[in-house]
Design a protein around this ligand. Structure first.
Ligand code: FES
Ligand SMILES: [Fe+2]
Length: 382
């Protein structure tokens, strides 16, 4: 078993539970005002201060395994093109031709090419974004157009994920940004995981409500009683802040056995669920035999695009194995996330819009929600 910071967290958690001294993290937050989920000016500030200035996950290494593999990404409010170059480097560009600004690549999904040719007047660019050819270049009299390469967006790969930062010339030191969670993602094998499936849906709820649904241990055995609820203990969870991220250990039924055994006997992924919130919009859930990654991309105060990706240790080798993971993904994606978590988020958004509640209270079992808002406040008050 790889050692990492989450192992220390589990150890401390168990010691606290066994000794009866387990204390939940503290936060002074008692209530949250409803207007932060509905107000357009608050939304605009979040987009400006958080989403335009933070490294955001826009894909995974395994989606573009070979040179020339590329995909378009529009969920950050700008047209982006993600491509693996001949030098094996993943780069992110604005998907905008430097002539008249036409969308350079329009195909959906992942495709492979040796270069990009604009459909309008056929300016051609290399996989590294360099301008390679302009038809009738001599006709651009008195204008040096030869240096109009694609504009690159700051990007980096860490824990297998491709991060982009729309802020111009931003520093992408992922060790600094991710802190201990970088080691955790590596230890959990995220860099070597292979992409299996993805769904994208518009959820009619504020992005923060959806983040909160994944920090809230209070609902698990209740809302999910007909699906995964029976796999978990009620309100036995530990959550810590790591830089601007959260790492949660949520006790499954096997946790009781875990408490009685030494760490070399643990079966971590079957005894606890590890869940990460990576600032600002990423949820990663480590299920027993696959990993869910959820990227939340705000559209408006009341609408969020949710991209749910499933990663596996290796490509399923048989039809039976493939069918198993199809079923598992479908159950969590449709049966749990869509029908239960996203459903209640949409209902809560409607409730907030009604104006009946001006604020809502937070129990100590919702400590993760308080911690998330503490993190967000740190950014909004900078
Ligand atoms: S707009 Fe792309 S070549 Fe003219
Ligand atoms: Fe849930």
């Amino acid at each position: 078993m790889p050692t990492s910071h989450y192992i220390d967290q589990i150890q401390n958690f168990i010691e606290g539970v066994n000794a009866g001294t387990y204390q939940r993290a503290q936060s002074d937050l008692k209530r949250l005002p409803v207007e932060i989920y509905t107000d357009q000016s608050r939304f605009d500030i979040e987009m400006e201060e958080v989403f335009s200035k933070s490294p955001i996950i826009i894909g995974h290494n395994s989606i573009v395994p070979r040179p020339g593999d590329h995909f378009v990404f529009d969920h950050l409010g700008q047209p982006l093109l993600v491509v693996r170059g001949k030098d094996d480097q993943v780069r992110v560009f604005y998907n905008i031709c430097r002539h008249r600004g036409v969308r350079l690549v329009s195909e959906e999904g992942v495709t492979r090419k040796g270069s990009f040719v604009c459909p309008y007047h056929n300016w051609a660019y290399g996989l590294d974004g360099q301008l390679m050819n302009i038809p009738c270049v001599e006709s651009f009299v008195n204008d040096d157009v030869n240096s109009r390469h694609l504009i690159e967006v700051s990007s980096a790969v860490a824990g297998g994920f491709i991060f982009a930062n729309l802020q111009k010339d931003s520093q992408m030191d992922m060790g600094v940004f991710l802190g201990e969670t970088k080691d955790d993602l590596e230890a959990l094998g995220l860099s070597e995981q292979v992409f299996f499936k993805q769904t994208t849906r518009n959820v009619k709820a504020n992005w923060k409500l959806i983040v909160e649904a994944f920090q809230d241990g209070y609902h698990v055995v209740r809302l999910h009683r007909n699906t995964v609820g029976s796999l978990f203990l009620d309100n036995v969870a530990d959550i810590v802040r790591v830089q601007d991220h959260l790492r949660a250990v949520v006790a499954r039924k096997g946790f009781e056995t875990m408490c009685q055994t030494k760490s070399d006997q643990w079966d971590v992924r079957n005894q606890v669920s590890l869940a990460f919130y990576l600032f600002p919009n990423t949820i990663i859930v480590i299920h027993p035999d696959y990993i869910s990654h959820l990227g939340l991309f705000p559209v408006s105060p009341d609408e969020t695009i949710c991209v749910h990706s499933c990663f596996l240790d290796e490509e399923p080798k048989t039809e039976k194995a493939k069918a198993h993971f199809e079923r598992a993904f479908n159950m969590i994606d449709k049966g749990v996330f869509e029908a239960e978590d996203f459903f209640v988020c949409e209902q809560a958004q409607l409730g907030m819009r009604s104006g009946v509640n001006k604020s809502f209270p937070l129990s100590e079992h919702e400590i993760g929600i308080k911690m998330f808002h503490d993190i967000l406040s740190d950014h909004l008050e900078k």
